[in-house]
Design a protein around this ligand. Structure first.
Ligand SMILES: [Zn+2]
Length: 266
């Protein structure tokens, strides 16, 4: 299937035509949450970068010898304890996006107004999601940051950098940049959106499957095309191991529901 040839609004299979699909990053909840989440992350990364640059340069000054064990020793000395606080700062936003996406999903498939009661039914699942995902995302971000720092410290040894140069290279690296904050914000909000949507469909009782719809600016074939080519899969399917969207960094694909035919629903 050609990505550019698929219109977001063209219904696939027997999806109701009233189910307009937003780009996963273009719902009201995401538009509201994204600048805040991005700011929280950017602020956190900038301050963590300053601290880690200082600590790494101090350890590097002390342990400057050119072997891998030394690199590992420096990385091991770096503290990431305060990174757990990140999940608390992001939690409310994950909950808001999950809940609003879920409530909107139910309202759409049942063709009902978006009333408060739909949000209430998602209280617990949204809280559970935010707790589980919050912990997971901190682990992922911390691990990736540690790996990145290892690379920067190796480079410092290779290039014979001074401790001050290493500190500067850490502070200026992508790891602590606004660009990374933006990517993480987009990914996390996209995940919360799709997870909430799937929970909403489950609660509605009228959705028997889902399919992946490619985002509009999907101009190169990738694993999202493979997931889309599977067509309708069960609601709890992981798209043949690819997972629900976002499937890769900057993925803006979404899911659309396969609604049980009216005569089967009764
Ligand atoms: Zn995609």
């Amino acid at each position: 299937m050609s990505a550019s040839g698929v219109s977001r609004r063209s219904p696939r299979s027997k999806t109701r035509s009233s189910l307009a699909v937003n780009a996963a990053n273009d719902t009201g909840a995401i538009r509201k949450a994204k600048p805040q989440v991005r700011a929280v992350l950017a602020r956190f990364l900038r301050s963590a970068g300053t601290n880690l640059a200082h600590d790494a340069a101090t350890a590097y000054r002390r342990l400057r010898k050119d072997d891998a064990d030394t690199v590992a020793a420096i990385v091991d000395q770096l503290g990431f304890q305060d990174w757990d606080s990140l999940s608390d700062s992001l939690k409310q936003h994950l909950i808001a996006v999950y809940q609003e996406s879920g409530a909107e999903a139910v309202a759409a498939v049942l063709d009902r107004p978006l009333v408060a009661e739909l949000f209430g039914a998602l209280n617990q699942p949204a809280a559970d999601y935010a707790t589980a995902r919050g912990a997971e995302l901190v682990t992922q971000i911390t691990d990736a940051t540690r790996d990145g720092l290892r690379g920067l410290i190796e480079d410092a040894f290779t290039d014979g950098m001074s401790p001050a140069d290493l500190a500067a290279s850490i502070r200026g690296s992508y790891l602590f940049s606004p660009e990374r904050a933006d990517l993480i914000a987009q990914t996390e909000l996209g995940m919360a959106h799709v997870s909430g949507t799937l929970e909403g469909w489950k609660q509605s009782g009228v959705v028997e499957g889902k399919s992946l719809i490619l985002s509009n600016d999907h101009d190169q074939d990738d694993e999202c095309n493979d997931a889309a080519d599977l067509g309708v899969v069960p609601l709890d399917s992981d798209f043949d191991g690819l997972g629900d969207p976002p499937i890769h960094p900057r993925c803006e694909c979404d899911v659309i529901p396969q609604v049980v035919a009216a005569d089967e629903a009764d």
